[in-house]
Design a protein around this ligand. Structure first.
Ligand SMILES: Cc1ncc(COP(=O)(O)O)c(C=O)c1O
Length: 421
């Protein structure tokens, strides 16, 4: 097929007619396909279901002299901290083990900044006339939703394959009302970009005007390679400390895409000074998170090497799905010049950039044809994609057959949207 821009008017009309007929046929099938959320598929959940029997007897529940079944140890089981410290390459004392969601820990950090202020805050953020937040975009919709729910002014920062545009970030943090930035440094959501060493060093060495500027380092995909070997990643906590910013960074991770999303464990790693301050507030909120589940994870995941083995098994399941999406886009869309996309080495998404003005309409057509996708614009602050171009594809949840059908329909809808235009 020729690039659409080289087609004559008559060729475009004929093509539109035949694609529209195909679209009507697809709609008639009343399909219900979903490429919206980054969730592991059933096969992945099955392969980690050994965790269900990781603790079976009362004697199994003791670890380091602590009975995991009882109250106590606000910051979590030492063994769980050791496990995550090894995964993140930080120190166990820097780890706070949370419940089943890292997003909840992130929200809670912002909420604490709001109500009480952080370690170096002159006052709680609720008393600040304005709080601005840097939002590398396209990015994770739920990060932006947290900022929005607190009424922050979100400032989009363009993403590059090396990470956020650092010239702009360095300029923006000179404003004392800019209080923080969302970062997904490894296999970013949605592009799968890995921040370069230089970007990471520049972030660690930022000189923000706000004394309580907060680098939220959401390392959600820290061990989530899909193609190739494990990519070692620098410890942001020590880099920030070396750069004179020991208390600027809070790193998050969870087992949501290692074991069970919504039933795993999470971690917030931060300087010991931050831990001590935050735990002095957390103590009013909870006596201890679910240590039985922490211990189940320790027993099942064992250590970093074994966790990486499990992640290889996940990758075996995910790779054919990513291949399916990428191959179909290459075959159906690349020759037409309607979009470009990233080829991620890990993470959970494929990020497609259509020609300007096509994303919303493409997804409208997908919805009519029974394919649910993340809403257009969701990857931008306020849901506003200035070019109406970015679409996030999540290939992990559907079975391969269903996925193949869904991505074919997506390509059909993109072609129709382009021809309509
Ligand atoms: C970047 C990122 N952070 C956090 C989460 C949610 O993690 P959790 O289940 O630990 O709350 C996701 C889930 O998709 C994500 O993509």
């Amino acid at each position: 097929m020729k690039p659409f821009e080289n087609l004559t008017g008559a060729e475009k009309e004929a093509l539109y007619k035949s694609l529209r007929e195909e679209f009507d046929r697809v709609c008639g099938k009343k399909l219900k396909l979903n490429m919206a959320r980054g969730k592991p598929g059933k096969e992945q959940l099955d392969l980690v279901s050994g965790i269900l029997t990781a603790l079976t007897k009362p004697e199994d529940c003791e670890c380091d002299g602590i009975d995991a079944r009882n109250y106590g140890n606000l910051s979590g089981l030492p063994a769980a901290k050791r496990l995550f410290a090894e995964i993140l390459d930080c120190k166990p004392e820097q780890c706070f083990m949370g419940g089943s969601s890292s997003l909840q820990l992130m929200y809670d950090l912002v909420a604490k900044a709001w109500t009480h202020g952080l370690l170096h805050s002159p006052q709680p953020w609720c008393r600040e006339p304005k709080v601005k937040w840097l939002c590398p975009a396209p990015g994770y919709d739920r990060h932006f939703a947290v900022s929005k729910s607190f009424g922050m002014e979100m400032i989009p920062v363009p993403m590059t394959p090396q990470g956020p545009d650092m010239d702009l970030v360095e300029e923006l943090v000179k404003d004392p009302t800019v209080k923080g930035i969302w970062c997904v440094p490894k296999f970013s959501n949605p592009q799968g970009f890995v921040y370069s060493e230089q970007t990471i060093a520049r972030l660690a060495g930022l000189k923000p005007a706000a004394p309580d500027f907060t680098l939220i380092w959401d390392n959600a995909y820290c061990v989530h390679e899909v193609y190739g070997e494990y990519l070692p990643f620098p410890d942001i906590l020590s880099l920030c400390a070396e750069a004179g910013n020991p208390d600027m960074v809070y790193e998050f991770a969870s087992t949501s895409k290692i074991t069970f999303p919504g039933a795993g464990i999470s971690v917030m790693a931060a300087s010991e000074a931050n831990q001590s301050y935050l735990q002095s507030l957390l103590t009013f909120q909870i006596i201890s998170y679910n240590k039985v589940n922490q211990l189940r994870h320790v027993r099942f995941l064992k250590d970093k090497a074994h966790t990486l083995e499990i992640m290889k098994q996940h990758a075996e399941v995910l790779r054919p799905k990513f291949d399916c999406v990428l191959d179909t886009l290459e075959r159906e869309i690349a020759p037409l010049g309607l979009a470009s996309w990233e080829k991620p080495k890990g993470g959970y998404f494929v990020s497609v950039n259509t020609l300007p003005g096509l994303a919303k309409r493409t997804l409208e057509l997908c919805a009519q044809a029974g394919v649910t996708m993340t809403a257009a614009g969701a990857t931008y602050p306020y849901g506003k994609d200035p070019a109406d171009s970015n679409i996030r594809i999540a290939p992990s949840y559907p079975g391969l057959e269903e996925l193949a059908q869904a991505i074919e329909i997506f390509c059909l809808c993109l072609k129709l949207a382009a021809l309509e235009k």
